[in-house]
Design a binder for this molecule. Sequence first.
Ligand code: GLA
Length: 673
Amino acid sequence: MWTLTGASTEYTVAARENRVDLVAWGPRGVSDGPSPYDFTGQVQYMLEADVAATEYSPDGLRRFLGADLAVAGEVLTLRLVDISEEDGLRAHLLDDRTGLAVTLRWRFAPGTDVIERWAVVRNGGDAPVALTRLGSAGFVVPTPVGSTLHYLWGQWSQEFTPASVRLTRGRFEIGSAQGVTGHQFAPYLAVENGVAAYGIQLAWTGSWQIVADADVAGLTRVRAGRQLAEGPVTLAPGGSVTTPVAAGAYSAEGVDGLARQWHAYERHLAGERLGRTRKVIYNSWEATTFDVTAAGQLALADVAASLGVETFVVDDGWFVGRHDDHAGLGDWTPDPAKFPDGFGAFAEAVRAKGLDFGLWVEPEMVNPKSALYAAHPDWVYQAESRPRTTIRNQYLLNLGRDDVYAFVRDTLDGLLSTYPISYLKWDFNRPRTEADRSVADLDGAHVANLYRILDHLRAAHPQVTVEGCAAGGGRVDLAMAARVDVVWPSDNTAPLDRLRIQHGFLSAHAPHLMSSWVTDSAGMFDERERSLAFRFVLASAGVLGIGADITRWPAATRAEAAEWVARYKGVREVIHRGVVHRIGDGAIQYTLDDRIAVLAWHTGGLDGLGRVPARDLRLPLRGLDPRARYEHGELSYSGSHLMAVGLPVRWTPAHDAELIDLHACGRPAQALI
Ligand code: GLA
């Protein structure tokens, strides 16, 4: 038996004759007792690995209830060779017939409760092996009375919608076959069994699947891995493939507790880049769409600077041929007609206003109407001689090719070294539709080169903040969280829709990644009006930006906006690095050391508020010291009061949002007994 320990949890596995099984997963000490996965009685009408809490199984051993690894042309079995403790735990398994060698890995990310699991599959034989199934890991949860599965679904403009389903027996499956994480489902699942919550996420930016199988004997096994939507991954003799990391987390505090585990993990993934202040951005997309001109952008930049914005990002429409979404992608040269004094002079003019300069790109894409496509029609994905499909009038470049990889890397290097760019918004506005199935691992090649370029950008241009975007939140996963500084969760910035989207986003991802803009009300999607305060507090829940046409804002609105930007700057470290407790659907508490920021929104009707008898809304805070005092301006409360009764908030028709900055002021002189 081996026990791996995280910050407050542990994970114990045991070697069996030909496999590794889970013994316990939960808080420290949970392994000290009989395993909930052990079973009595005889295995009837199936194989032992179908019933056991197996960590990873080929299809020959787990024939009926879902296997993790399979090859074409034969049934695969593996035998356990050895287990060693090295950077966590490693188990070596071997198939003597094909020579396929599998190394399973387990490791807690340092300082967190997230266990990372993956497999390395190597072809040690002398004939090619075609993998038809390539899972990363199976996570087993005791579910004697079934479970509630929580997941996040969506589509463009509705990303990260939380939903749940009751699973007592049978199968639940989510995934993407789009060659990208996708809008439809986040690679995230939480299993609540009535006692605790277990979370699984997959760190992969291509096609993926997460499958939960609930057996009839009280276990739910969650398989996470790549979806081989374009056919098998073929390993030549000596070749190997490393699966993406499947990450698992345990929390006794339900889905909200799991969210805290994921946030801590993503802060770990951010590493030293978490320490950089995420600047307040202005993005011009909603104000100007494709109608980009130097004069128009500078007019916006003038106002942005006066509001306290720190980075000005020019979105789509700045390059040659780009007057709408029909042409131009691929030709990443600034349009001289739009920037008559030169793009460098324009960028310097933005910087002269005290703003950093940022730029939008979509480097994996090409419009048929572009010089790039005319020169390299063979660079786009194509299934043999079948027709090519455009989506948003564009094709996807085959980034897995060496020449395309070099083009994208060099294009970005060129832009970043020619112009004083501090912020890059990398967009991706269509999935893969055509793919040549004769390629050994098309999806893996695209994703690997995407990661190579993102890693290269960090090494070669460390000062540049990179934003990940894919028609909103179509490319958000743990692998991207490790490689970009912020992500754009959705194009939908309408206040009440956005509140729901952000709530779902924060179930799986951390606030320091969550870019959010204040836009004009009513929004492009949802016509319900909300106050400027509501929109600022909402966008302050992550990384604040502004996307409204601020040249049209009257002086009073600008003055109020400047105040909100200043208030946000005062609490942003707490928001980006604090522990998050979501209080219902309308409030979030962020706690960092002795500071607490509470953001709250009134989402209901405003009729009669303030005129008829009503009591203050109370927001019960979590995780405070009951004996300490917490102050907010003139007001002061005990921690006990704030947790047991709650922080009072009073809504009126003119007051529908709050940002409260509380400070702990030490304990009373006499300690309570
Ligand atoms: C996508 C992005 C938007 C914007 C447009 C530009 O839709 O999600 O934020 O950048 O592309 O074309």
